[in-house]
Design a protein around this ligand. Structure first.
Ligand code: GAL
Length: 168
């Protein structure tokens, strides 16, 4: 059932235990609505992304996209990497969230995205850094402030749709 809206999603089946859209949030996730990450388009829980693996994601920003974010971490309050392209300022903001509190932002000026156009990211990490390959092939990095080598929480929030996800 999870694969239907995302025909090219190719995660190992066992690692995807739930995909939740905000419009169908169950009552026990009410706290999630008031968290900083309240507009998730797609949430995958109990997926494991480990040091050394490569996470590929294809995303399509909406035609009127203001911003979207790709988040990896432990849960909605503990995000190791918040990757947030903002179309209004043509900047990418990185940050981490620990115990519900944002850290200091890292701002990048390279902005190889277009509203309405599919874009692809490759993400790898180790205990000290995340490495992100942008759609134009350029690389960015962001410190792994939570310092872990395994993250099980992933979501995409904001004005974009996930086209496909692959881990290898
Ligand atoms: C906030 C924004 C959050 C997140 C954060 C990153 O202003 O509301 O969604 O992007 O910045 O520092």
């Amino acid at each position: 059932m999870f694969l239907q809206p995302f025909p090219r999603l190719s995660l190992p089946a066992a690692s995807v235990t739930s995909v939740i859209k905000t419009t169908h949030l169950p009552a026990e996730l009410h706290h999630w609505r008031s968290s900083p990450l309240k507009t998730a388009a797609m949430l995958i829980k109990d997926m494991t992304f480990k040091e050394g693996q490569e996470f590929k994601i294809r995303v399509k920003p909406k035609d009127d996209c203001s911003s979207f974010a790709i988040n990896f971490g432990h849960d909605t309050e503990n995000i190791a990497m918040h990757f947030n392209p903002r179309f209004d300022s043509n900047t990418i903001i990185f940050n981490s969230l620990s115990g519900g509190c944002w850290g200091s932002e890292q701002c990048e000026g390279n902005f190889p995205f277009m509203r309405g156009e599919e874009c692809k990211f490759h993400i790898t990490f180790n205990s000290s850094q995340f490495y992100i390959r942008l759609p134009d092939g350029s690389m960015l990095n962001f410190p792994n402030r939570l310092g872990d080598v395994k993250y099980k929480y992933f979501d995409v929030s904001g004005d974009a749709r996930i086209i496909g996800v692959k881990i290898k």
